[in-house]
Design a protein. Sequence first.
Length: 673
Amino acid sequence: MSGAQPGQTAALPVTTPATEPLIGGRFAVDFGQLLPDAGGGLPAYATTDRREALEGLMAVQVPSDVPPRAAALAAPLGDVAGLLAPLGHGPVQGADGRGAWFVICPAPPGPPLWANGGKPPAPWTETEVLRCLIGPAAAALAGLHARGLTHRAIRPDNLFRAGPGQPVVLGCAWAAPPAMHQPAAFEPPYMAMCLPAGRGEGCIEDDVYALGVLALTLALGRLPGAGVSDDALIRRRLEHGSFAALALDARLPPLLADLLRVMLAEDPAQRPPPALLIEPGAARARRVAPRPVRRAQRPLAVGGVAASDVRTLAYGIARDPAAGARLLASGAADHWLRRSLDDASLAARLEEPVRRRPAESAEGARADTLLALQAVALLDPLAPLCWDGVALWPDGLGTALAVPAPEGRLAVVLEGLVAAEATAAFAALRDPQDDHAKARQTARAQRVLLQRGGWAGGAARLRYALNPLLPCRSPLLGGAPVARLADLLPALEAALMRGTSVGGLTLDAEIVAFVAARQESGLDSLLGAFADGGPPSRLALTQLRLLARLQTSQRAGKLPHLAGALAAAARPVLASWASRTRRAEKEAALTGAAAEGDLAALLAVLDDPAGHEADAAGLQQALAEAARIDAAIGALADGASGQGAAARALGREIAVGIGLAVLAASGIAALLG
């Protein structure tokens, strides 16, 4: 087993100095009181509500590399009984002295049913499983379902009860992506085969499945499928059905066996809804006979799988799309479907994508990947989106992208999936009757963000756009968990105050992508000015324009350290002023604005079109005067002789002219420099 896993609005920036930092100005975390096993595998600390004087709360720490569940954190769940509902969330300085994001919820009433690494529990009786587990858990799931939410963290170390004979309480499921920390045995096979971070919100019937596996675990006093690899357990369930694969030859009471058989159905539509499980006897009466699986006497090998039915054939193609595409193109799969499974209809549906696959193509690998996606979806409509050996559900794409995979194959595969608009193709295959306009629009918008150039686009922009509570990953923030635009400038100020500096930059590509994803209206032109490269002085002014706008719109207050860093980066811009007097005035104004921490004033000093126009006019006047004097000197040299008085007058003009010429030359040199 492994453990894992938010409330409403959050919080003051981590950088806010206080004798007792509070989350949302309300919750005080006591990092001296670690609550072992309370967070379902994530660190949890005792917490007090300073506003309403509530006790018995905990703060569950969100993993630093993934976002919490934004939709669940925004929902009112406090009245759902039997659930550790989120009460708040936000950043605060963690136990290690670094900023971290926390989710506040009630502390569990007692220990977990089976702590991770702990001693297995004694087998529960049928009555205890029905009354203390399935009934109460189903009631909590029904409350979630009524609000359009799922739990997705039902496992032995994340359900709790006060003591024997007491009803269970569902643990915190909000501090990590849905089902990310679920053991494969507790997920339906079509979820278990996905990337852990790409399983998506799922449906409430997936929670019913996990509850069924947990009921089986407690009835047996052991973990179903223990000692079997995830891959082998997935294949076993696809071939034989989940109940048969997990229960094996275990002797269970008839009522419980009937109930678990329907709860563990492969098709979510065949599982009972939570409301029906509140009274388990009624759910047992709702038997749905699954359609028998056709099996071939001679298996078809693909992707390391000896497929004897359509489900396992789809799974083998998903595991090895290149081998699957070759199998399909060769006609072997068509022959096997028609002859061994007597399924000419399915074989005919596969003919079209196989026919469209080009025999020779510069994009052969991508064509094979697309063919494999289409084949899996047609062979097994229950299967997830399978692209280049990676499986996920479309609503899990954002969290899958969030898991750091620098320069890894996974990042390349996921970006290829977005570039090909594979989610739209998958939606069309699953339900050909629908026009799927929304799916196409979403897929196209994701591709546009990914392929957008400059710092305001690319994979980072898409990652932040799909994860509204994912903290910015810029090293310039000094580890502060900045997930909201309002926290960005205070975090930058605090990092600079501590001396954080990377390459002399104030902003980097991660921050710009983050701002672009969280932006207010009207920032597009400013963000579009960022690109990877360009003269440092231009980048300095671009940074200043954006940050000055944010300081005003976010009411960020004075930012002297940030202003000082921006002033230092932009100081070379002052060399463009020809007049020494004006340049000195600008230097003084720049220093004053930086000391005040006013980025708008700083920008006004540097971005002064009227002043530059006057400075340029003065330079042109000086150059014109110098040219007139040069002409006069030339005329004098060409003349035979002049009168003494005229010569003395000209001499005086020359003396004055030389001074003007020197001034003009220095201005020209400054401009050229």
